[in-house]
Write a protein that binds this ligand. Sequence first.
Ligand code: HEM
Length: 382
Amino acid sequence: MRQSFPGIIFIILVGSILPACSGEGAGPADGLGREALRDDEAGQAALTKQNFQKLVEDYKTSYVARGAHAKAHSCVRAYFDVHGDIQADYRYGVFSRPGKRYKSWVRFSNGHYDLKASQDYRDDARGLAVKLMEISGQPLERSDVDTATQDFLMTNSRVFFVKNMPDYNQFVANPEDFIGFFFPGWNPFNWRLKEFLAARKTLTPPPDSLLTPTYYSITPYKLGPHNIKFGAKPCVERAAEKPVVDENTDPDYLRKQLQAELSETGACFIFQAQKQQVERGMSLDDATGEWSEEDSPFMPLATITIPRQDFSSAEQLRFCENLSYAPWHALPEHRPLGQLNRLRRHAYPASSDYRHRQNQTRIPAALAYWRAGRGSITEKKP
Ligand code: HEM
């Protein structure tokens, strides 16, 4: 039977969308209400450790940087204040005491794994990682022996471009081969079309300022008995201050812009969470799909205040480079969920341990350094 040209396009699209939508290859069951362990998890974990060590080695410059989000714009001192009126239903882990204040480090980053290719004017994901210190309780993993922290990792995208462990390992093994990853061969049934569309949402043009986007966890976490995704949105919608440098040509304009803004006014984000609605098809495993805010609105839980400050000393940038954030630096009440998060349990220490070993550095004492530099911040509410 002869097919018309539009007919062929239709078949190709349906053929490539269907496997993507069905969660094929996502393991025994795409966990909606519960997590579904894969048979091959141990092998995938071993592979990810190898892949990340190779990645950081392949892209090292004068030193070995992170295997993802290699470029830091800065680490800034911040406060994380749990809202005094937080609903009883959300009072778990670090949120269990209304009004509690945590000293925190916030690291702003570009998502690229290659420092040399990480000019600020390129399309990329932007990261916001928050590290709460002096927490009560034992985290599932610690960044070093001195400091028990609760880390929250986010980027300015709602979705991720990989669905499952084997796909992530395939991507990291050869990260330059974008076309080969999304469109492996001529058979459209093998194309990763949903992932490709998610990648287009992940790699976005740079913002005018790092203080204007909303950031998302993308993957789910526990909040006591609930399954949630979290995020951080600017307290007030704000336009970036007048650009201080040319954002089209300066590879480091985001850091310069941030320094200009933080020396003037400080900044603030609302930390918020949305609960999983299983009946709305919100998956624990498939991070290429959004949890609709219409079906499950975000609830404000805390305020992240970044006081006016100077963060640009060489010493502080070095400190930032040596810090380690990870989703599994988390209290059991905030345990990461889903297969990508389980893979991350192995990826982050593999990258962090390797770079620290190669650079002959250690993870710095985050709390002591925060306190020592208190003078660099102006403790006025923004
Ligand atoms: C899907 C949601 C994800 C988000 C929101 C996210 C976010 C981030 C952020 C913000 C950082 C920078 C951390 C820092 O400032 O030190 C980072 C680093 C990193 N990410 Fe992710 N990431 C995600 C998925 C993944 C996955 C699936 C993997 C691998 C399985 C991965 C591997 C890494 C590694 C190895 C680092 C560097 C760790 C280090 O050397 O300290 N990420 N990520």
